[in-house]
Design a binder for this molecule. Structure first.
Ligand SMILES: Nc1ncnc2c1ncn2[C@@H]1O[C@H](COP(=O)(O)OP(=O)(O)O)[C@@H](O)[C@H]1O
Ligand SMILES: O=C(CO)[C@H](O)[C@H](O)COP(=O)(O)O
Length: 551
């Protein structure tokens, strides 16, 4: 190419399937988002703790958003496509048609969502086996993982689902199969949610011991016996049929996928932090904790050697950043909890009306309302006598106890907007206190963490971000691109296209620091006390349980 001529730009499409919506972005080689689109997805809750979705509805939403972000672009410039998604379980028959995961026999609902807690009896029995594999999920398997859900299907829907099933996919792998026709699974999903070992493969003894010996007998063909690292190029790329659906050209590179939290991790953790006054500038990447905060929050810490943290998932080898071990802490409901607390309050209709009148989101309105009522004191001090324990959907980390419940102490007879705003603040603080609890558990086991990297829907909330900084005492880094989970998905597409030699290289070039929020050191003493109360809450909950269970 002669001196004056510009090389044609290279673009990647990232698709992120969250709990509530599907998002897509067109991203360039330096990680800049040029177009963004989102589309809601359907959810069903046919009974308490049963949460279902439709893989066809999800794929249709992927098509809508992808078509939107590539509008007006020369399709030849799009080099690669990457998917990430929640770790929900998709069930298809031998001809790849959806199978019902419900008693109603509704085959449209063929996805058991990640937050579904129907398989409690199954996970308890799995944990009772004390199989050595459980060391690699924090010592206790979560009801949100796939083995208990599979056992539930076998025990409860034998004829309508189990016997007819040909393929059980993690949602990220379903999407890459849909795009390419390749049934290979991503190392990320199999290691993190299916007990696969990057070093040793499947462990027959585990599946036999828990009553799922069927998979061993057919050499794991239904759950995956070809495994690829995230970002590897799949088959011959996009099939003509998928290309038509998505509005792209056939044959473009499609990457082996990631779970959504892991894509968020890739999107933020490798950024060049020079010049931001961050202590992690002189530290290894293992000093960074990526926190992906959406419906749930996931706390992703990496290490050179395996670290076993009780109650924190992992260590998983190469499941996020190749060559590093991953520990994944989490809180099962965070965004969903804030929505629940705010929407369930008596003053919610008034809040909605006032926010709408100001063309603001309810959260922006609440944040400015808190600023009004705080007077001269720091906003966080409004909750001196209101405390929340946030495990309304059990505790994922570090207690790994799905039976735990939410708690609120300090309620009054007030139901006005001030009351709602302060309850909202206490909920946000409880989530940040939970992050501190997880971070301390990780450090007690050997991690050394100095900096948080936040992304996901909740990172758009300045109060949530400031509370994470103040309560953990660590700076919080926000990326240049708010939608950094999509940058992670695009990094996969970029790697599959061959434009980068490694995931690490793509991470370094495509993730960028936007803003840093530092903790207010002067408030530390107050938050240390809040943390003390926070720990007391769960101690008391255990005591209540012991009293009530005592004969
Ligand atoms: N601009 C915003 N301000 C405050 N909270 C937000 C904002 N946008 C999203 N959220 C919160 O983020 C959560 C959803 O995050 P998102 O990353 O979209 O979730 P998911 O990936 O699970 O679909 C919601 O529960 C909502 O409370
Ligand atoms: O288990 C997880 C990652 O391992 C996630 O919590 C789950 O996939 C849901 O993510 P999100 O809150 O972004 O919808």
């Amino acid at each position: 190419m002669s001196g004056g001529e510009q090389k044609p730009k290279r673009y990647y499409v990232g698709v992120d399937v969250g709990t509530g919506s599907v998002r897509a972005a067109l991203v360039d080689q330096s990680g800049v988002l040029l177009a963004f689109a989102d589309h809601p997805i359907e959810k069903w809750e046919p009974q308490f703790n049963h949460h279902e979705q439709s893989s066809e509805d999800i794929w249709a939403a992927c098509c809508v958003v992808t078509k939107k972000v590539v509008q007006g672009i020369d399709l030849n410039q799009i080099r690669g496509l990457g998917f990430d998604a929640t770790c929900s379980l998709v069930v298809l028959d031998k001809e790849f048609h959806p199978l019902p995961v419900n008693h109603e026999g509704d085959s449209r609902r063929n996805v058991i969502m990640w937050l579904d807690h129907r398989a409690v009896s199954q996970v308890n029995r799995i944990n009772e086996t004390k199989h050595s594999i459980l060391q690699y999920v924090g010592g206790v398997m979560s009801v949100e993982m796939q083995a208990p859900k599979l056992l539930w299907l076998k025990e409860n829907l034998r004829e309508t689902c189990w016997d007819k099933a040909g393929h059980f996919f993690d949602l990220p792998d379903f999407l890459s199969w849909k795009a390419t026709g390749v049934t290979a699974r991503s190392l990320c999903s199999l290691v993190c949610k299916w007990t696969y070992s990057a070093e040793k493969g499947w462990d027959d003894s585990f599946w036999k011991m828990v009553g799922l010996e069927d998979f061993v007998a057919d050499n794991y063909s239904k759950i995956g016996n070809q495994v690829l690292p995230p970002g590897a190029s799949l088959g011959n790329g996009l099939t003509p049929e998928a290309a038509r659906d998505l509005g792209l050209l056939p044959g473009i590179a499609v990457a082996a996928s990631l779970i959504d939290a892991h894509a968020g991790g890739l999107g933020v953790i490798g950024a060049d932090v020079r010049g931001h006054g961050l202590v992690c500038e002189g530290q290894p990447v293992t000093s960074r904790l990526a926190v992906i905060c959406g419906t749930s929050s996931c706390h992703m810490g990496i290490s050179k050697d395996p670290i076993f943290v009780p109650g924190v998932w992992g260590p998983y080898f190469s499941a996020m950043v190749p060559g590093f071990w991953l520990n994944e802490g989490g809180q099962s409901v965070t965004g969903k909890l804030i929505d629940h607390m705010v929407q369930g309050h008596a003053a919610f209709p008034e809040l909605q009306a006032k926010a709408t009148a100001r063309c603001q989101s309810v959260y922006a309105y609440l944040n400015s309302h808190l600023d009004l009522i705080k007077k001269a004191q720091p906003v966080g001090f409004l909750t001196v006598d209101l405390h929340v324990w946030p495990d309304f959907h059990g505790n994922r980390s570090p207690l790994a106890d799905l039976t735990l419940k939410g708690m609120v102490t300090g309620l009054t007879l007030s139901q006005d907007l001030d009351d709602l705003a302060i309850l909202y603040l206490a909920t946000v603080q409880a989530i940040a206190l939970g992050t501190r609890f997880i971070k301390e558990a990780m450090e007690a086991a050997g991690h050394s963490i100095s900096t948080l990297f936040l992304c996901g829907g909740l990172s758009k909330n300045p109060l949530f971000v400031q509370m994470h900084a103040d309560i953990t005492g660590m700076p919080v880094v926000l990326s240049q691109e708010v939608e950094s989970v999509l940058v992670g998905a695009a990094i996969l597409g970029a790697c599959a296209s061959g434009d980068f030699a490694s995931v690490q290289e793509a991470m370094a070039k495509m993730s960028k620091v936007g803003k840093v929020v530092f903790p207010r050191q002067e408030d530390k003493k107050y938050y240390d006390k809040k943390y003390q109360v926070f720990l007391k809450l769960v101690e008391h909950q255990m005591e209540y349980l012991a009293i009530m269970n005592d004969d």
